[in-house]
Design a protein around this ligand. Structure first.
Ligand code: TRP
Length: 364
């Protein structure tokens, strides 16, 4: 039998999703969902993982579950094609995590570069919550429970997928072929891999206030694009401009397609020509920003409008999520059965075990 191709990915509900999430992962997963190349798509809201570093702020997580669900639907995730669910509602994931913990060492977790950075950012160095420290193991449970073959995520998630692969190999080596080894699917465009904030800082983050959200109004998008970081030495229009670290051009790399020139900037045949003119001098920032703003509005307007529609019936969204959780639980429970069986802790559904032991004790 050919192995099924299964997509799985998720997001922590700690805020509304922004265009960094969109180009880095969301857009791709909608394309994958619609490609017909995959047998199943699972997308989930990682509320339990969000709680590992927000334990004193459950209300934030609770309020953002619906925001993320709305962002998903607005971007085109379709519950008829994808199973959309909430992590904490799948208790099977906890049990898998508990068993996987035996397969991972403390020093291996300490080497995880993403967790290392996150520990620094949160000032956890002196005292790290165990749940936070071990979240890569629970992420391995998220992925393997659904037998995911393909995990479309951003670059920062690479260590988690590697950790998952190690757990799968170790598990299968000890207990026999049971779990599926996943592969990461990174964005193919470098600008999408790590979209900087509007201020030019390496990453979009809510606390830095440098994000463009999928739910931003047209006016907000316009304002944010117009105030974007460019090349601080490009003062007069006639000055030559730099492209490296120039956020407006990084965004163009991520969003601009050839047809945008015909529509919004017909005096230029291509992005290369626009860049060449900017580098030479004689092209003002405002002209480039206006072009970018037009492209962003074209991309974001349909998302914003769909979000507005979905916002009109919140109970229906929860209903969709509840159904998604039920379907997800079924899949996770089947994997857990296989895991229990492989680990020889399935006492009550193993007739052979009981009869063999009965015979052995009778012979004593
Ligand atoms: N760690 C991911 C993030 O911070 C969220 C996540 C949790 C996830 N479990 C996952 C992503 C499993 C992909 C697969 O965004």
């Amino acid at each position: 039998m050919e192995k099924k191709k299964i997509i799985l990915t998720g997001d922590r509900p700690t805020g509304k999703l922004h265009i960094g999430h969109y180009v880095g992962s969301l857009k791709r997963r909608v394309e994958l969902q619609n490609s017909g190349l995959y047998d199943k798509t699972f997308v989930f809201i990682a509320d339990a993982q969000a709680l590992t570093d927000n334990i004193d702020n459950p209300e934030k997580v609770r309020q953002n579950v619906i925001e993320v669900a709305l962002d998903y639907l607005a971007c085109g995730l379709d519950p008829m094609k994808s199973t959309i669910f909430i992590q904490s509602q799948i208790p099977e994931l906890c049990e898998l995590t508990f068993y996987y913990m035996d397969l991972v060492t403390v020093s291996r977790l300490q080497r995880n570069p993403t967790v290392k950075t996150e520990i620094q950012m949160r000032n956890f160095e002196a005292s790290i919550p165990v749940g936070f420290f071990t979240y890569p193991i629970s992420q391995a449970a998220d992925i393997t429970a659904f037998r995911a073959t393909t995990v479309p995520v951003g670059e920062d998630q690479e260590p988690m997928i590697e950790q998952t692969r190690e757990i799968v190999r170790r598990f299968n080596h000890i207990y026999g072929e049971t779990l599926v080894e996943p592969e990461i699917l990174l964005p193919d465009n470098a600008a999408c891999l790590r979209l900087p904030g509007t201020d030019g800082k390496a990453k979009m983050s809510k606390s830095l206030g440098n994000c463009i959200y999928l739910s931003d109004t047209a006016d907000e998008v316009e304002k944010k694009v117009k105030s974007m970081y460019t090349d601080p030495t490009h003062i007069k229009v006639s000055d030559p401009g730099k492209l490296e670290g120039n956020t407006v051009f990084t965004y163009l790399d991520a969003f601009c397609r050839p047809e945008h020139f015909e529509r919004y900037l017909p005096d230029y045949p291509s992005l290369d020509e626009l860049k060449a003119h900017y580098t030479r001098g004689g092209l003002g920032d405002m002209k480039v920003k206006k072009f970018l703003a037009a492209i962003m509005q074209e991309e974001l307007t349909p998302i914003r409008e769909r979000r507005k529609e979905f916002e009109k019936d919140i109970p229906a969204i929860y209903d969709m999520l509840r159904k998604g959780c039920e379907a997800a639980r079924e899949t996770a429970a089947a994997t857990l059965d296989d895991v229990r069986c492989a680990m020889k802790i399935n006492y009550f559904d193993d007739e052979a075990l009981i009869s063999e032991q009965a015979r052995r004790f009778a012979e004593k």
